[in-house]
Design a protein around this ligand. Structure first.
Ligand code: FMN
Length: 171
């Protein structure tokens, strides 16, 4: 869980001497294996506070902490559309930010309200909890697959480089 409510509004003029909250947020995302965006929907789109966090993490230009991070998007709403508009606006930004975004299962969670949670803030047992549990496992597998694939590709290309060197020596 990464705090985004305290981030000053993104302003490129501040990048030379960034607010400490930006520095903390960028470091936390930078250290993460993946990013699971969880959001409500405001006026059929991304709530401003989340859009601001995405903007803060994406800069300075060329130093985005989101680059290549595996991601997934979960939206929830008391209504029946489940934050579909917000979900796809987040996805649009994530695609631009070069994040491999999990495509399935999709997560537009409708009819989520205070009643869905117990007094300690945990989801009550039931269909919603089962869906969220499935999503969590799918996301963990997605993050693992992206990192392992990159590692295998790196090993493969290093073996090919070594073999090419050996072939040159023997030629
Ligand atoms: C400014 C505003 C806009 C909203 N727009 C939508 C909307 O477009 N779609 C929707 O499903 N719910 C909408 N809602 C209802 C939110 O889904 C609901 O209030 C939710 O609990 C907000 O989560 P939050 O309390 O974590 O911000 C809106 C709420 C607010 C305050």
């Amino acid at each position: 869980m990464i705090e985004i409510g305290d981030l000053p509004l993104y302003n490129q003029d501040l990048d030379a001497n960034p607010p400490e909250q930006w520095v903390r947020f960028r470091r936390q995302i930078g250290e993460a294996d993946g990013v699971l965006f969880c959001s409500p929907e405001y006026n059929r789109g991304i709530p401003g506070v989340l859009k601001n966090a995405i903007d803060v993490g994406s800069r300075p230009y060329g130093q985005s902490v989101f680059d290549k991070k595996p991601a997934a998007i979960v939206t929830a709403s008391p209504g029946s559309i489940g934050g579909f508009g917000s979900n796809h606006q987040i996805r649009q930004a994530a695609v631009f930010l070069n994040m491999p975004v999990m495509q399935q299962p999709e997560a537009y969670l409708g009819h989520v309200s205070d009643d869905s949670f117990d007094e300690s803030g945990c989801l009550k047992d039931g269909a919603l909890k089962d869906i969220i549990t499935g999503l969590a496992h799918a996301f963990a597998n997605w993050v693992d697959m992206i990192h392992r694939s990159r590692q295998l590709l790196a090993e493969d290309s290093s073996h090919r480089a070594q073999n090419a060197e050996k072939a040159k020596e023997h030629a």
